[in-house]
Design a protein around this ligand. Structure first.
Ligand code: FCB
Length: 450
């Protein structure tokens, strides 16, 4: 690798997910998802927002593909809405739902953009949620069948696939904190959901192998967890926090067993899982996607559930609108840690980006200097990890658009393209221009002094 640039075949992308941008969740025969119902429950979403219109991408797809191409990217990460394909989650297929993704994939390929497809980015068909969702062991079969249908329809054109986006968040926000559907706080259900998410992933990987083309992986969110002091209690809390967020899903996938801390963290709610499940979950896959945003520094706090760790704000650090510390070095550290702990598997940064309070649009652009700095810092860190031998093959900015940020509604803007939700006008920000130049220069500009 050249010391001050990225390889020629590096994937440079932007990322989105179905429910956050598409809008028209019930169009053309689609069934409702759990997120559709949840967002419409009073009090669930900070600003009362929902995904009924979002970025109206479902109706503006052709224009949006042109816009993506203008960014100069060679890859686009998006997710498929399961309930567009199977309105009830299983059973009868809805061909019109598939047509939408068919057109999207063809449109991307026509512009030389590699589609990078996520099967599950959190919107579960409402019918399946009503049958227990991820707590139901049948969910592995439901997901395997859905995945199989998409492989049959799109594998001739889509080379990069991922099963779940951030299964830890599905478990933690859905079943521990209750901030996402199904809105529960039940550690026993959380443990079952974790296991079934992993089983479902493995079933999809098995279905993928029926035909030898393409590559499949899974996407996890990781944050280095550091102790706030040398106090052994803080050190132990940071270790538990790290086991809970960073190793709970990766250890079973790569090593075949859960971290030993899980039994303590979940207490009586941690079951002993069948050996055959653990064998299934270890099904080999081709690459790992890392969503990286921040690190966290923790002190021991027995009231902090379930890992006993409470994050501490760092003086002198910059924080994003999400309250996340900007800490690019921790991206390099995380990439190196992955290689060291789990082996030399190909890696992609499948999400990295930041919400900031952007200045108002002026003269046709939005001067989001803070986001430019964030992206620059993290790209340099990614490059540093590669220089140290990490097999990083691509990087995706979260996100293409300002969009529906889950429980925060439309209050947090992550886009490198701004969206005025009233008019649906798109305005590329300064960060979009920075990214376009960076891709054109294969990153060489990152190492030149301004
Ligand atoms: C990740 C999600 C993505 C977006 C970003 C900010 O956890 O995968 O959909 O919400 O955070």
């Amino acid at each position: 690798m050249e010391t001050k640039s990225f390889p020629d075949d590096f994937l440079w992308g932007v990322a989105t997910s179905a429910y956050q941008i598409e809008g028209a969740p019930l169009a053309d025969g689609a069934g409702p998802s759990d997120w559709h119902l949840f967002a419409h429950e009073a009090g669930r979403i900070l600003d009362g927002g929902h995904g009924d219109t979002a970025c109206d991408h479902y109706n503006r797809c052709a224009d949006d593909i042109r816009l993506i191409a203008e960014l100069g990217v060679n890859a686009y990460r998006f997710s498929v809405s399961w309930s567009r394909i199977f309105p009830q989650g299983v059973g009868a297929k809805n061909p019109q739902g598939l047509d939408f993704y068919d057109r999207l994939v063809d449109g991307l390929l026509a512009r030389g953009i590699e589609p990078f497809l996520t099967l599950y980015h959190w919107d579960l068909p409402a019918e399946l949620a009503a049958r227990g969702g991820w707590v139901n062991r049948d969910s592995a079969e439901w997901f395997g069948d859905y995945a199989h249908t998409l492989f049959r329809a799109l594998k001739d054109r889509v080379r990069f696939w991922t099963t779940h986006n951030e299964p830890w968040v599905v478990m933690h926000n859905g079943y521990v904190k209750g901030a996402h559907p199904p809105g529960r706080a039940d550690l026993s259900q959380a443990a079952q959901a974790a296991q079934n998410l992993l089983r479902a992933h493995a079933r999809a990987v098995q279905a993928f192998r029926a035909d030898p083309t393409g590559k499949i992986g899974v996407v996890v969110n990781l944050e280095p967890k550091e102790p706030a002091s040398d106090d052994p209690r803080d050190i132990a809390a940071a270790t538990d926090a790290e086991a809970y967020m960073n190793r709970l899903f990766l250890d079973p996938l790569f090593l075949g067993s859960y971290p030993e801390e899980a039994a303590r963290i979940f207490g009586k709610d941690w079951p002993s899982f069948p050996e055959e499940d653990m064998r299934l979950i270890r099904e080999p896959f081709d690459f790992l996607g890392l969503n990286y945003y921040t690190r966290s520094v923790n002190r021991a706090d027995p009231t902090a559930s379930p890992d006993g760790a409470a994050p501490v704000r760092q003086k002198g650090s910059t924080y994003t609108e999400m309250g996340w510390e900007v800490h690019p070095q921790s991206l390099a550290r995380t990439l190196l840690w992955l290689k060291e702990r789990y082996g030399d598997i190909p890696l992609y940064v499948t999400e990295n980006g930041a919400a900031f309070a952007d200045p108002p649009e002026e003269r046709g652009t939005i001067e989001d200097h803070a986001r430019v700095d964030y992206l620059r810092g993290h790209l340099v860190a990614a490059h540093e990890a590669m220089r140290q031998g990490v097999n990083l093959q691509g990087y995706f900015v979260w996100s293409l658009f300002d969009n529906f940020e889950w429980a925060f509604g439309y209050t947090k803007r992550f886009g490198i393209v701004g969206v005025d939700f009233a008019s649906q006008r798109r305005t590329p920000k300064l960060s979009a221009e920075f990214y376009r130049q960076t891709i054109g220069a294969r990153g060489r500009n990152l190492f030149q002094r301004a």
